[in-house]
Design a binder for this molecule. Structure first.
Ligand SMILES: Nc1ncnc2c1ncn2[C@@H]1O[C@H](COP(=O)(O)OP(=O)(O)OP(=O)(O)O)[C@@H](O)[C@H]1O
Length: 366
């Protein structure tokens, strides 16, 4: 039994999303054979890959059926998050993927979704940052229990840079951590644009697999500034199943599809999909209507990224500075984990299939 036999067997195992085999995709490393013991490492395209178990099962089956029926197969996993950033700019140089979370309408849970998406990706093993770009209604300070804390500054090649705070293994920044909460509310156009640009250009985000940006609600100048400053990989649209939210989500989808913005939409997630009381975890009450988000995704031919239930502890977690992903509420956590896994998969697929010149890049010279 030699290494080539193992690789030949593994070349029959498909990466389900990328539609090619593991060997062609150069995902197999460190093959070791010791008698009946065969081990190797599969390098995934994202640590938050939800397909680990499928890939593992297929690898074991391939080795047993093609190499050695009695083999003890050990499949180790590691990940090297992919990126298609090809822009030469100095903007966020160490950040592989930038995910902007948007909503057409306020109050649909965009900040809750952003925070728990960031945490779920991080708990899956990725290095993650969360930028709260909601200048007029920052939520990160309260949601992460860091209200009143101030980030430090550092000097990078003669330039003063802000060091993001760190909480729950995530790098955080919000206007609410930089200025008095009442000040930013009265800011207008140029001040807001310059603050948003600074979040991207004057912050030492370092090496990140994903930077999640919690965008302001609606569609406006801040969005344009952000997309012109940061090379956004794609946008996640948050909606609730209600008709009014869906109507506004359509405006968001239209805006991000415009030539001026031209940023890919990763997909749509439906928040507050159904109410589940803690004492009846199997009951689902569709208070805001059923599957409106799914229908909207179908209508616009967008990937549907998942449903997040309306759960009292999700709201409570946000209010006390302990997001639900840091709690032991398994039902809500599973919903966010599945959603984050789908986002990570979509980004990996996009990275594998898209030419780098199709990526939204910084268009504004500074
Ligand atoms: N799935 C959920 N279950 C229960 N409560 C939720 C859920 N999602 C969000 N909430 C609560 O709804 C309120 C609004 O959520 P959030 O602040 O995340 O919305 P938003 O869209 O970011 O609002 P904004 O208009 O400020 O940008 C918060 O109190 C939050 O805790």
């Amino acid at each position: 039994m030699i290494q080539e036999d193992v690789l030949k067997a593994l070349s029959t195992v498909q990466e389900p999303d990328l539609g090619k085999d593991l060997v062609t995709l150069n995902m197999v490393r460190d093959v070791e054979i010791n008698g009946d013991n065969i081990s190797f490492t599969v390098v995934l395209t994202t640590p938050a890959c939800p397909l680990k178990e499928t890939i593992k099962r297929d690898c074991v089956n391939a080795i047993k059926s093609r190499v050695n029926n009695h083999a003890n197969v050990t499949v180790n996993f590691t990940a090297s998050t992919t990126t298609i950033r090809a822009d030469k700019s100095n903007v966020l140089p160490g950040v592989k993927n930038i995910i902007a979370v948007v909503s057409g309408k306020g109050g649909v849970g965009k900040s809750t979704v952003s925070a728990n998406l960031a945490l779920a990706l991080s708990q899956g093993g990725a290095s993650v940052g969360l930028l709260d770009a909601d200048i007029y209604g920052p939520s990160v300070p309260i949601m992460f229990g860091v209200r009143g804390e101030r980030p430090m500054m550092t000097d990078v090649n003669g330039k003063a840079m802000i060091i993001p705070l760190e909480r729950y293994n995530i790098k955080l920044l919000s206007i609410g951590l930089l200025v008095d909460e009442k000040s930013a509310v009265v800011w207008r156009g140029p001040m807001v644009s310059s603050a948003v640009r600074q979040f991207i250009t004057d912050v030492k985000w370092g090496e990140l697999d994903y930077l999640v940006i919690d965008m302001p609600p609606g569609t406006g100048d801040i969005h344009l500034t952000l997309l012109q400053t940061a090379p956004v990989t794609g946008v996640v649209v948050v909606t609730t199943p209600q008709d009014v939210a869906l109507a506004d989500a359509k405006k968001g989808i239209a805006m991000f599809g415009q030539a001026q913005m031209n940023v890919p939409i990763i997909g749509l997630v439906e928040n507050m999909s159904y109410f589940t009381p803690a004492e009846l975890p199997n009951n689902k009450y569709y208070i805001f209507g059923k599957e409106g988000g799914k229908r909207l995704a179908d209508e616009y031919d967008l990937p549907f990224l998942g449903q997040i239930p309306l759960v009292q502890s999700i709201r409570e977690g946000g209010d006390i500075g302990v997001p639900i992903m840091m709690s032991d509420d398994e039902v809500s956590k599973t919903a966010f984990e599945e959603f984050a896994g789908t986002v990570a998969r979509s980004v990996s697929m996009r990275n594998a299939n898209m030419k780098s010149e199709e990526v939204a890049e910084t268009v504004e010279e500074r």
